[in-house]
Design a protein around this ligand. Sequence first.
Ligand code: ZN
Length: 227
Amino acid sequence: MVRLSEHLYYQKGENKEIVVAAPHHGCVPGCDYFTKEIATMIADHLRATLVFAERLKPLVDLNKDPSRASTPHFRQLCLTYQQIALAEEVELFLEIHGHVRGHYDLEISCGFEFDPHHPLDKEFAENFSAFRNNLRREIANRWEEGLPLPPPSIGVFPFDQDVVMKARKTYLFQKIRKLQLQGRKIFGIHIEVFRDYKTGDPTSPVFTCQEVMVKALADSIVRSFWR
Ligand SMILES: [Zn+2]
């Protein structure tokens, strides 16, 4: 693990084409609790590059416009984070967040509606639709009786329009879209996990649910994007 600053950590993965990030992680108000834990588990499964913040969200929002950061130091952290997300070798960028009032337990979005006239969108839409199907199946198959929580409900935008956390205005996801429109094969997935499905305590019964959910997410990603 490399400490890029007091608040930002990075670990290069064997699979350089996948980055898993938790830009709002922190266990203080204003942060996305336990998203580092989920991002780390997914990155382990995918052998992907990992980047996460520690208690940075109240100070600066890493996936927003760097020019809006309050100090040059925070601006630099935004730029560093976004450079990792958009590095040349990256094909898939996963950003993990926590929500408390979405429509689904797992609110997933690519941040845009597919354009039937854009050449890359056909493949993106096929992969993302396969991911939605695979994830539903993986969750249904893996969720065993006796787990303390019901299987998480899953919404994937743009297929499920009632997803609340669409990330349509998120600066970094708009930047990814811009690169796609210029012909680059990079795809971003914004994943919001409901509060009840996250924990930092491996001895908690919820941890088993978290593990099953993470395995389902990781396997669905591999099956859908590297078919
Ligand atoms: Zn967040």
